[in-house]
Design a protein around this ligand. Structure first.
Ligand code: PEP
Ligand code: MN
Length: 363
């Protein structure tokens, strides 16, 4: 089947399947359904907050190594049904196989989500999408573990092609080689690019799996709102230290309330920005144009240097010169208030382009 063109991907709006109790829209619940008591206690406390639009819980837990708690499976779906009956929340569950889908549909689960470990595998995704053909159920698609925008977009397209219209992406961060303070690097640029690809697609953020620990949750949730994301999926547990999975990142419902109260809620941009903002933006336009001119002139000199190196049969890359460039530019830039990390990435990018251009000219 053909891939829908990007502009053709017109999912139903989030408001057609999730009713916001709050700005931002909040989906919450435990990482895993551990027992009837745990699920009911957590749901009762979340219900009392009045802030939560849907209840999430895993019942089949993908674990990195065998032997850990892998969820109670179908039995737990009945506890979640009870949560719905008692508190009225729509229930969201992670599915990874067509059997999971069948069990969820039979149990009357309201929302399905595709986990990060499933999103990486187009065979699994295709099977799941086909299992949902003709079924009108909302599907939330977590980003794949690895930072691959096309792979994430592909999951959304496979469900869309098979008729799923109530669809949202969930940004939960990425596994990267370099370890950082996050459990999963946010790489905010990737969800931003997904939104540019599919402007109508709701994109939620899952700060719990990005942060990996409670102390970072507020920072991540705040950044998501500043980036105009459409809601937050945050794990909550009535007794986090005793949680069988993801104990370090789950919040008590009470602490979820404090977190939400501390968030600054930005407004989405109006259609006509105010004069003040327009003036500042025209300055940015002017500087960007100067930057582009300067880069073009710099590349012109790179051309001439390549000719010279060609005539003298010199290597393109010359370590001593590169070290001098880095050292002097970092010194000058940092003095002018630019961050070292930003300068390094910028210089790397310019240098990479310069090397490619020279190599092309010489060969
Ligand atoms: C989860 O939401 O509990 C989960 C397993 O998430 P992810 O697929 O993002 O790791
Ligand atoms: Mn979890």
């Amino acid at each position: 089947m053909n891939r829908p063109s990007q502009k053709m991907l017109q999912p139903d709006g989030l408001e057609s399947w999730l009713h916001p109790k709050q700005n931002p829209l909040i989906i919450s619940g435990p990482c895993s359904a551990e027992s009837h008591e745990q699920v009911m206690a957590t749901a009762r406390q979340l219900h009392d907050t009045g802030l939560v639009s849907a209840f999430r819980s895993g019942v089949w837990k993908p674990r990195t190594r065998p032997g850990a708690f892998e969820g109670h499976g179908e039995r737990a779906l009945q506890w979640l049904r009870e949560v719905h009956q008692e508190f009225g929340f729509p229930i969201a569950v992670e599915v990874a196989t067509p059997k999971h889908i069948e069990a969820c549909l039979k149990a009357g689960i309201h929302i399905l989500w595709i986990g990060a470990r499933t999103s990486v595998n187009p065979f699994s995704v295709q099977e799941l999408a086909e299992a949902l053909k003709g079924v009108d159920i909302p599907v939330m698609v977590k980003n794949p573990l690895n930072p691959d925008l096309a792979l994430w977009a592909g999951v959304i397209e496979r469900f869309y092609i098979n008729g799923i219209r109530k669809i949202a992406a969930v940004h939960r961060g990425f596994n990267t080689y370099e370890k950082s303070r996050f459990r999963n690097e946010p790489l905010w640029n990737i969800p931003i690019r997904l939104k540019s690809m599919f402007p109508e697609l709701p994109v939620l953020c899952d700060p719990s799996h990005i942060a990996g620990r409670r102390s970072l949750l507020h920072e991540v949730a705040q950044q998501a709102l500043l980036l105009d994301m459409d809601g937050l999926m945050i794990e909550a547990h009535h007794n986090p230290p005793e949680a069988l999975t993801d104990a370090a990142q789950q919040l008590t419902p009470k602490n979820l309330v404090s977190l939400i109260q501390k968030l600054k809620i930005p407004v989405s941009p109006p259609l006509n920005p105010c004069m003040e903002l327009e003036k500042l933006r025209s300055k940015i336009d002017e500087f960007d144009s100067q930057l582009i001119n300067i880069l073009a002139m710099r590349m012109q000199i790179v051309n001439e240097i390549a000719q010279y190196k060609k005539d003298c049969k010199m290597t393109v890359f010359q370590l001593r010169r590169w070290n001098t460039i880095i050292e002097t530019r970092l010194q000058e830039g940092v003095q002018k208030g630019l961050s070292e990390q930003f300068l390094r990435s910028l210089l790397d990018l310019i240098h990479k382009e310069s090397i490619e251009l020279q190599s092309k000219i010489i060969t």
